[in-house]
Design a protein around this ligand. Structure first.
Ligand code: ADP
Length: 557
């Protein structure tokens, strides 16, 4: 429950008096320069994707004033990040690092704990530090967006691709550290779609500032190069020697990542396509056909299976253009509208891309067509078969590593739209996928929301992404989103399906669903947290991990 924020008076973090806060902030201003520390005391502005605020969650699911920071600090180097951590320990002020804060739909730039000081790394630490054309690798700072990395790679003139998520304005490092495997950070989506689509799997080497301010390098980076240069294989070999610790710094609160290596993909020829399927009930069979094709890598990228309602949403016309009433858009109407669109009368559309020389692509497409043709009424189309403004043309770009913002068309669906994601993982098996799909569609009906299901297939598993769109100005809609999210999380968990990522508000409940062995995983994470960050200053509560000092005091949701 929040006490309204009075203008000019920032919200304080727990256990910090106004006097301590004021002294600490002016000390930080002395350390980093006045202009690099801002107190959050002005009216909150939601902005939009490219001009998002770093003061709060722009896609608020509770009151706009609930998830807010007390101040924002802009470090300009790893050394300054260390200084901030030491400062936070000294004053027991919780801090919350963001790269660019664009993971709209999962909390944006907001801290999990109200009143934390946001460390906005991206504003000043935004350089591509290295592009190694021979090894096809790069080293980036937190403020490098997919657009920027793309431009820098283009400038080299080398035949290299980056891998971008559906929206390219977010941070390469931030997306990766939040394990935007499939759709993901960066306006909620968080994976890419080329063969390098699993960003976490394609990162190589990190520099991390630990909560005590010490700087650690992971992988080969731990071994200094000649004359203390960066290790020459830092971006080439992920595992190095000893325990692989990279994982504990992703989706956690154990360190602040200041540099990250990523692999780039050698450019190749490519061909995108889509296949539509006529019946809702085709779903199980589609999934059964996808699995072996994905496992054999005949499906070259991370393809998407989208419900036909998304063909309507990506026309960028608002829902009211099609349907004036409140309540869920009827299935029959969706089908009727689809008949008037390029996809035609269908229930599902599959988007994929094959890569490599022409003979390879043609052979793959032959197999793909033959397998999906087993579903009566399926229709295969190439980009040239579809109008210029059709969604497939944005898929062609994204699937070949070219930045895009087309996916933002979603936000036209409702006035003042915000969105969040329900994102459980299922095996790539028709039966499992159907159980989750049934739960999600049933609960969308119950709580009164249109259901936008997309399945992103990695091979053995699929990320199911339900994009929940609501009117930010409607408190009842927000109440219903919250009710629905909780019910979907619990109902799916009972069947054994869990989320890969979630909004700040649900991180505690999702963490609890991973409760095997009397919550041993959380107890282990807490053990790490209390050792690595004994003062509990770094991102308290992120992913459900609370430090001892704040645990069990009513901050958990
Ligand atoms: P993006 O701009 O790609 O959406 P964000 O900056 O919003 O990414 O990052 C997503 C989440 O990942 C943040 O809310 C934060 O919890 C975490 N995060 C981002 N960058 C870092 C970092 N450099 N070190 C540690 N955690 C980070």
């Amino acid at each position: 429950p929040s006490i309204p924020r009075q203008q000019q008076v920032p919200i304080l973090p727990p256990d910090v008096t106004r006097e301590t806060f004021t002294t600490a902030i002016s000390e930080l201003q002395n350390l980093l320069g006045n202009g690099n520390v801002e107190v959050n005391d002005k009216p909150l502005v939601d902005g939009w994707y490219m001009e998002h605020p770093n003061t709060h969650d722009a896609f608020h699911l509770v009151d706009q004033e609930d998830l807010v920071s007390s101040a924002i600090v802009y470090p300009g180097s790893t050394e300054e990040v260390s200084i901030i951590l030491k400062w936070a320990n000294q004053h027991l002020i919780p801090i919350y690092p963001i790269s660019m804060g664009r993971n709209l739909g999962y909390g944006g730039a907001a801290p999990r704990l109200r009143g934390s000081v946001v460390v906005d790394l991206g504003r000043r630490m935004n350089k591509v530090l290295n592009i190694d054309g021979d090894a096809a690798t790069c080293l980036v700072e937190p403020g490098v967006s997919y657009f920027k990395l793309y431009e820098e790679v283009q400038k080299t003139g080398l035949p290299l691709w980056i891998d971008t998520p559906d929206l390219s304005g977010g941070s390469v490092l931030g997306n990766c550290i939040d394990r935007g495997v499939i759709m993901g950070a960066d306006c909620g989506w968080g994976k890419g779609y080329t063969p390098y689509g699993d960003h976490w799997a394609n990162h190589c080497g990190m520099e991390v500032v630990l909560p005590n301010g010490e700087v650690l390098r992971t992988g080969m980076g731990a071994l200094p190069g000649r004359d203390d240069a960066d290790n020459p294989t830092w971006q080439a070999f992920q595992h190095a020697y000893g325990p692989s610790v990279d994982g504990i710094f992703s989706q956690s609160n154990f360190g602040i990542v200041t540099k990250m290596g990523m692999w780039l993909m050698p450019a190749t020829e490519h061909q995108s396509y889509c296949i539509s399927f006529p019946k809702d009930d085709d779903f199980e069979q589609i999934v059964e056909i996808i699995r072996p094709l994905a496992l054999q890598r005949i499906l070259g990228n991370i393809p998407q299976l989208r419900n036909v309602i998304q063909e309507i949403a990506t026309t960028a016309k608002p829902r009211s253009h099609w349907f004036k009433e409140k309540g869920v858009m009827p299935r029959e109407l969706i089908r009727e509208i689809a008949k008037t669109l390029p996809c035609g009368d269908c229930a599902w559309v599959f988007y994929g891309t094959v890569y490599g020389p022409e003979e390879t692509r043609n052979r793959q497409l032959e197999i793909i067509k033959k397998e999906f043709a087993k579903i009566p009424g399926s229709v295969f189309k190439l980009p040239q078969d579809l109008p210029d403004d059709h969604y497939i043309h944005s898929r062609v770009k994204i699937n070949s590593g070219t930045p895009e913002l087309k996916e933002l068309d979603w936000l036209n669906w409702l006035p003042n739209a915000g969105h969040t994601f329900f994102a459980p993982i299922t095996p790539t098996k028709g039966k499992d996928a159907n159980i989750v799909y049934d739960i999600v569609t049933r609960l969308h009906h119950k709580w009164g929301f249109d259901c936008f299901p997309t399945w992103c297939v990695a091979g053995r598993e699929m990320h199911f992404i339900a994009n929940v769109i609501y009117d930010r100005g409607d408190p009842d809609a927000k109440r219903r989103v919250n009710g629905m999210m909780h019910e979907m999380i619990q109902t799916c968990a009972k069947e054994g399906y869990g989320e890969y990522r979630t909004h700040l508000l649900y991180q505690d409940v999702v963490a609890k669903t991973y409760g095997y062995g009397n919550q041993v995983l959380m107890r282990f994470n807490e053990m790490l947290k209390d050792t690595i960050d004994p003062n509990g200053i770094l991102a308290p509560g992120r992913n459900g991990i609370w430090p001892k000092r704040l645990r069990g005091r009513g901050f958990e949701l």
